[in-house]
Design a protein around this ligand. Structure first.
Ligand code: GLY
Ligand code: MN
Ligand code: MN
Length: 440
């Protein structure tokens, strides 16, 4: 924690420098960043779980306090307007005393609709950054989430500060603890639902605290890319397990996937092959390499695996060009990671907002940017037996290249994904996930 306190100061300086540059470029006095407001459920008196504005938690590890505000201009000490209502129904956030609190001026807001009293008087010169445009309107902001400011912030936040890297390593530490516990639960016969409980309990985070809905899939459910249904009952026969689950530390996400076979068999060998592929792709990462190139290279390596396992026939080039590998690996290689699981900025070529589209053949790729020092990304190749996509192959001559017997053998296992979180350094790639011993 001492290390965090020290690094936080430098982190704030970087954020202040960024605000200084973009506000002078855009002729603004500064930014007013809203943590957010609770969202009420339809015809109810209950709210959905609160999700803080990512631009707010970039400044402070405060993720659970709606109606709070940050006033920053890059020069003055940031002002935190911290919501502390008189409320006997809900928990009121304690007055902050953590390491970060001495670095900001704090004013307490007891009534959400009285915030104007604390905001700058020349509000028309400040930009509102947040979700609630109606609130911004009432407060008199004329500049609300300007594209130029958001592009600038999203582009630069790809480059993590040392403080952020420490947070992300810690987020990996927590998630890896959960993954180890979940793996044991799988081999001990737990159901999907039970495995999730084991995971959450090991990471000591609730379902609304982890950064995304955990994917815990047994057998053929592993082929459903965003499977979150969770069967309560254990399957009669236990074949495979895919877990895609992360954790949250100070608002920073980890996003890790592992795949397991219950027994030694062809599926287990396929996991080994995918594991090697994933490590080879990570080895290719360095500043200046395009993420698109890594994604395309993954398809070539996957084509070779599909041939080696007698899943398809043909040649590597043809399998990629005809879109056959895309049927088995339909999602992107990965994405930027940080205060959001899918951190913004993956498509930005520069801080003015120039967009680099994903290649037409790879529409789900979430990062088209060049790698650079201090970026944090996931690498998550996969291979799945997805009948709805295979049906497309059956429609045309490509079906002759598919070995449908092998498909039938693999179908009950669902699929494989292996996902690590890595940091790009000038001279090496740091694999935060593997460094913690979470191997296959
Ligand atoms: N867990 C979401 C993803 O891997 O991108
Ligand atoms: Mn994931
Ligand atoms: Mn991911």
């Amino acid at each position: 924690m001492e290390q965090l306190a020290h690094l936080y100061h430098d982190h704030l300086q970087v954020l202040n420098r960024r605000v200084s540059e973009i506000t002078s470029r855009e002729n603004l006095s500064g930014l007013v960043i809203h943590s957010g407001q609770p969202h009420r459920q339809f015809l109810d008196d209950l709210d959905y779980p609160f999700k803080v504005n990512p631009h707010f938690k970039a400044w402070l590890p405060v993720t659970d306090n709606p109606n709070s505000w940050l006033v920053v201009n890059g020069t003055d000490k940031p002002l935190l307007i911290f919501y502390r209502p008189v409320d006997f129904w809900h928990k009121v956030s304690a007055e902050p005393t953590e390491y970060w609190s001495e670095h900001v001026d704090i004013k307490f807001l007891t009534k959400a609709d009285k915030v104007a009293e604390y905001l700058p008087k020349d509000i028309e010169n400040w930009a509102y950054i947040g979700e609630h445009l109606d609130v911004a309107d009432v407060l008199g902001f004329t500049s609300r989430n300007p594209d130029s400011v958001l592009s600038y912030l999203n582009y630069h936040r790809a480059s993590k500060t040392d403080y952020e890297l420490v947070c992300m390593r810690q987020s990996n530490v927590i998630a890896v603890t959960g993954h180890q516990a979940a793996k044991t639960a799988f081999y001990n016969g737990a159901s999907e639902f039970e495995i999730l409980q084991v995971y959450l309990s090991a990471v000591s985070q609730g379902e609304n605290q982890v950064p995304y809905g955990s994917i815990v899939a047994l057998n053929e459910n592993a082929a459903i890319l965003h499977y979150t249904a969770l069967e309560q009952k254990s399957p009669a026969q236990r074949r495979s397990f895919l877990i895609d689950a992360g954790a949250n530390f100070n608002g920073y996400a980890s996003d890790i996937t592992r795949s397991y076979a219950f027994e030694k068999n062809i599926f287990d060998d396929l996991i080994t092959a995918m594991d090697n592929l994933q490590l080879q792709i990570i080895n290719m990462m360095k500043p200046g390499v395009s993420y698109v190139q890594l994604h395309v290279e993954t398809h070539y390596k996957l084509a070779q695996i599909l041939l080696d396992f007698d899943i398809v026939s043909g040649d590597v080039q043809g399998l990629v060009e005809q879109g056959i590998t895309s049927v088995f690996f339909p999602h992107g290689l990965g994405h930027m990671l940080g205060i959001q699981v899918h951190d913004m900025g993956g498509f930005l070529a520069d801080d003015k907002g120039t967009h680099i589209a994903s290649p037409e053949a790879h529409p789900f790729l979430r990062c088209t940017r060049e790698l650079d020092v201090n970026q944090v990304l996931t690498i998550e190749p996969g291979v799945y037996i997805i009948d709805s996509l295979l049906a497309g192959l059956k429609q045309d001559k490509r079906q002759a290249q598919v070995n449908w017997n092998t498909i039938d053998i693999l179908r009950p296992f669902g699929g494989i994904r292996i996902e690590d979180n890595v940091i790009i350094h000038g001279d090496r790639v740091e694999n935060m996930t593997r460094d913690l011993g979470l191997n296959r």
